[in-house]
Design a protein around this ligand. Structure first.
Ligand code: ADP
Ligand code: ASP
Ligand code: MG
Length: 480
């Protein structure tokens, strides 16, 4: 029996960094009762520690693994199609032709599909309309269903084309996850039956974005954009030769091509840069999928569903010959700013603010503390996900007596703009270019944060497009 439903009206919209790490040895493949099960605990553990730029050596070279085995088949591949690529039956038919071509070429093919465009949003709206307070387990039961529909439809279309195919839901494989409903992490995939069927020539059509939490036997979902992670995890567990992510743009660009018209498609990008770009807002790949690919040495190619052109390969740093100083400019609108004014400037005050927020699983990102006034008080500004602002304010108000600030100001119309590049490690002046470019355009920087390969600034949302375009030009990224 399940325990009492946990009622919540919020979903974790970002990794909160406080999920419990599992005790399984680091990223090891686990042999369980004859089934091959790959665990992903190490990447999870690193993520749980807040390590976004994990760097893990490749476990094996999947391509040579198969050629060494001396088998005659071409390759084992995982291909993933996002929502726009399967938006209607016509598109599902054209996806099926692509899948058929791969299967006809002698490849073992596992296809991972997203829900048809707009369906997940619609399902989420239904949940919200059903009740402002809801059980996250039922949320998962509802929103995971979009992928089931696509998987079934694609299997039907493939069968109609004479391709042996069947659909697989997460629980049927099973894709085992933890119990963080709405944002679950994959802990293992049992691939024995799937692999056997692939070897027999059957195409597996896998519903992305979903798994099962084995303890209570409940369906889970992996967070928005989670089908990317399903695909990479499956590729790792199946030791696939390739993982192709088909989407509605031609690859990974220097900036969002829908906003920056001069954005250029990158032929290659390093795992590290892709990880930063994803976590700083470029939704072309879910952050966890990049972490997992990096950890397990999965070769990802992001490419277009609509034009047959090479896309972007996500690779190790040593596979990039000429490295630009800045590879990309990203943005995130999921930001809100809180300022606590006249906070007493004494030891323990930061803990009194950020402790309760962490306990409430609210992810605080950028932080800036002003110098003390003569009255020995200070102003503290920080950012939280916009979707968590209301809850963050409520938490701070509950602790107002301990924090003893004068007042609190919350602002939603801010965005984070970031420039990313591994070349920053060896080049000076990257930050200065960012600051002077924004200054020339009269854009005020509200908060700054940096790491070895990125610089982020918080600015007013009204200036987002201007900032992106000017920075793109300033770093020489515009298409010739
Ligand atoms: P899918 O449904 O195929 O998973 P998504 O909508 O999740 O596709 O991701 C693709 C979208 O990501 C593109 O349409 C594009 O607008 C956006 N995007 C943001 N930044 C980038 C970037 N740097 N490169 C490519 N696409 C980007
Ligand atoms: N359908 C899910 C979403 O919209 C998962 C995905 O598309 O990757 O977030
Ligand atoms: Mg996506």
């Amino acid at each position: 029996m399940d325990s009492q439903p946990k009622v919540s009206n919020r979903l974790p919209c970002k990794s909160t960094g406080n999920q419990e790490a599992t005790a399984v040895p680091a990223g090891e493949a686990m042999i369980a009762g004859g089934d091959r099960r790959t665990t992903f605990s190490e990447a999870d553990r690193l993520q749980a520690q807040g390590a976004e730029r994990i760097r893990v050596p490749r476990r094996r070279d999947p391509v040579s693994k198969h050629s060494q085995a001396g088998k005659s088949r071409m390759a084992r591949i995982v291909i993933k199609f996002g929502g726009t690529s399967v938006a209607d039956i016509e598109r599902i038919k054209s996806v099926a032709l692509r899948v058929k071509a791969e299967a006809d070429a002698g490849n073992e093919v596992a296809v991972v599909v997203s829900a048809m465009a707009g369906v997940t949003n619609q399902l989420i709206d239904h949940v919200h309309a059903a009740s402002p307070l809801y059980d996250l387990r039922e949320y998962d039961a509802v929103v995971s269903s979009g992928e089931n529909v696509t998987a079934g439809l694609l299997a039907i279309v493939l069968q109609g084309m004479g391709v042996a195919a069947r659909s697989w839901q997460g629980w049927q494989i099973p894709v085992l996850t933890d119990s963080a409903h709405g944002s679950a992490r994959i802990e293992g995939i049992e691939t024995a039956e799937l692999a056997r069927r692939l070897e027999s020539g059957e195409v597996a059509v896998v519903a992305g974005f979903q798994g099962v939490e084995p303890e209570r036997n409940r369906i889970t979902t992996l967070g928005r954009g989670g089908s990317d992670t399903s695909a990479v995890a499956l590729a790792a567990a199946l030791s696939a030769d390739r993982c192709d992510i088909y989407t509605d743009v031609e690859g990974v660009y220097t900036s969002d091509p829908r906003i920056v018209k001069g954005a250029r498609k990158l032929d290659r990008i390093t795992y590290e840069e892709m990880l930063e770009m994803a976590s700083l807002g470029a939704k072309v790949l879910q952050t966890r999928s990049v972490e997992m690919a990096m950890k397990h040495g999965v070769r990802i190619q992001v490419r277009s569903s609509f034009v047959d052109l090479p896309g972007t390969l996500v690779v190790d740093e040593d596979e990039i010959v000429e490295q630009a100083v800045v590879s990309g400019v990203t943005y995130s609108r999921d930001e809100a700013k809180i300022t606590l004014r006249a906070v007493p400037d004494r030891p323990g005050v930061a803990a009194s603010i950020f402790g309760p927020l962490a306990e409430a699983a609210i992810n605080v990102d950028m932080i800036v503390q002003n110098i003390s006034s003569r009255e020995k008080t200070t102003d503290l500004t920080f950012t939280v996900p916009r979707s968590e602002l209301e809850r963050a304010v409520a938490v701070l108000e509950r602790h107002a007596e301990v924090i003893s600030h004068l007042d609190l100001a919350a602002e939603e119309s801010v965005v984070k703009v970031s420039v990313i590049g591994v070349g920053m490690r060896s080049h000076a002046g990257v930050a200065q270019t960012m600051f002077s470019t924004l200054a020339e355009k009269g854009i005020n920087i509200q908060v700054i944060s940096t790491s070895e390969i990125k610089i982020s600034v918080l600015i007013a949302e009204d200036y987002l497009e201007l900032a992106l375009r000017s920075l793109h030009t300033a770093y020489g990224l515009d298409e010739d």
